[in-house]
Write a new protein. Structure first.
Length: 96
């Protein structure tokens, strides 16, 4: 998460982090060091954004091939299997 926070502050930053330790950042190729407090504050934001989007990670849809097959057979048979499958994933993993 340190890497994501640094890159949110400065997308062009060049650095390395040893052992995922914020106290062991090496700034490379003339990158201006970012204060530890700024990185820590941005880490809180990154974590909040990650947590807020948990539903996106939980929504596992059938593969595209499976969805196309469902759509084909729904068209042939007059069924709603594809719509039902997608609706179930969304209902089981709401945004809120």
């Amino acid at each position: 998460m340190i890497e994501k926070a640094v890159l949110k502050i400065n997308p062009n930053a060049e650095f390395s982090v040893n052992a995922d330790d914020i106290n062991q950042i090496t700034w490379l190729n003339g990158t201006t060091p970012i204060p530890k407090a700024d990185i820590e504050a941005k880490m809180v934001e990154v974590q909040a954004e990650y947590d807020a989007n948990q539903y996106q990670r939980d929504r596992v849809y059938p593969s595209i091939q499976e969805q196309l097959d469902m759509q084909y057979w729904d068209n042939v048979n007059g069924t709603t299997n594809w719509e039902d499958a997608i609706a179930k994933v969304k209902a089981d993993n709401p945004k809120d």
